[in-house]
Structures are given as C-alpha cells and as structure tokens.
Design a protein around this ligand. Sequence first.
Ligand SMILES: [Fe+2]
Length: 301
Amino acid sequence: MADSPFSLDNEAAYRRWRETKLNAYPTTAEALVVEIKDPRELTTAEVQAMVRVCRKTNMVVYASPLGGREDKALARVLGEQLGLHRLDSNMLADDDGITSLQVAAGKSQRGYIPYSNKRLLWHTDGYYNAPEARIRAFVLHCVSPAAEGGENRLLDHEIAYMLMRDADPDHVRALMEPDAMTIPANTESGEETRAASVGPVFSVDAAGNLQMRYTARTRSIEWKQDAATREAVRFLERLLAGESPYIFRHRMAAGEGLVCNNVLHNRTAFTGDVDKGIARLVYRARYYDRVCGTSLNEPSG
Ligand SMILES: [Fe+2]
C-alpha cells in the first residue's frame, strides 16, 4: 500500500497516477462504445479495443448486432474472453449464476428493486457482500430495452476517488476507514439470511486496485457517526446528483452491453409496452475477477 497512488501518504505516486488517468480521458459516452460482431466470438482486435477503453475508464460498452437474442451465453462467454470467470451466485441469480433482470412480480414485491421497473439509486454492485466475495466486475447485456427509460448513469470509481481527494483528502480518509459503512444483517424472513456487512467505501485490494463499496440508499444503512464521514458522504451525494463531465449517460440498445470493473452506476425508471410486447430484459453477471489487462500493475499493450 505504501507505494500505491491510492495511499494518502504518497502524494507523488498519486500525482503521477492522476496525470496518466486524465490524459485523453473520454468526455462522451459514445467514446466508451466498441462495435463487435458477436459477443461469443470476439476477435483479437475487438478484445484489444474493449480492454483499451476499460483500462482507461474501468468500463466499456459493446454494441453487437445480436439484439433480441435470448441466450445467456452472450454474457457468460463474452466475460470469459475478458478474463471474467469467477461468477458470484447471489441468492436470486439463476442456477447458472447469471441473473435475468426483468420485471418479475414475485421478486419485486419482496422489495428487490432490480426486478422492478423503479429507478435504481447510485451504487456499486455487491456492497453488502462479505470481503471475500467483493464484486470486482460485472457484465450487463441488453436483450431488449424498455419502451421508455432504463437509462444508466456511470461514473468511474477511480474518478470519484480523485475528485474527493482533490477536494479534501479527509473525505477519502474517512471513507477508507474499516467501519465507514455498515449494511445491517438481512433478517427479512425472520431469519438472518445475510450477516451485517461492515467495511470501508474505498479500499485497495491485494493486486493494488481500488475498489469501491457504496450505496446511495438511506434505509438499511448505517454510516459511521462522525463529522468527517458525514461530510464525505454529503460530498459524494452532491457529486452524484450533479452534472459532472465525468458522469456518462447511456441507454443500452438491444444487443448492447456494459463490461466494467464495478463502477458507480444508477438506472432511471422504465416502462414497457404490453400492447407492442416490449419488455426490458437484461442479463447480469457479477464476478470476483477484474477485467483482464486493466489492473494498475499490468503492463498495457
Ligand atoms: Fe448494479
């Protein structure tokens, strides 16, 4: 951690990292898009193009001509070609570890928003997971978009870290505390189905990569009760609610998908059109791996 650019004690390394990070950083969501022919059979050039974008921004949007195709291999095999192998099987994922995100009455009535058409607040995936099950990357593959809405906003978590550190290093310090954010145990069914999750917002993993654990929800979350944490959280909330040039907006079209190192994201509400048979269907795969070739200490090329 000592020579990490994310260490608050290493200003020189941070400055170097920051300069590289901002050099040719994309300014539009279109710059994140890579055209591919088939997510299941990426060419070497397609992989290289995707990794190049993702290495800079921790995310890449692919656009394939396979809209409307209901085949989870589109997400799974695409991930494998990008070094994503270790799938996280949360309790609502299907048996193959890939979740079909669509409006499903039973699940959304139990309060699981991803299965409803309501908006999703800013978060990173798996913020309630145990430390050994940190989500480092996820894939979203859009089979069919909604009739209206369902747009994502995306913010590279390394940029969020940078903006906070630039504004006040104490914000970062507070959010790196091991007890900054607590998600109470899930006792929905009267039994504890998930233990309380206590941890930092920002952390650096063994490979030296920055990870972020965050949700903008205000219920079932306990922030550390001190002034520094409160101010840091307020800063982050304002950043996410504002119009930062670093916040990308993208609405996935059919056949498109997002591959990312678990960046901050939200989603607007959406509506289907029963008469026209339009219903949003998105596959989601979450991984303990990070996208290959995008680690801080990996040589580029
Ligand atoms: Fe998510």
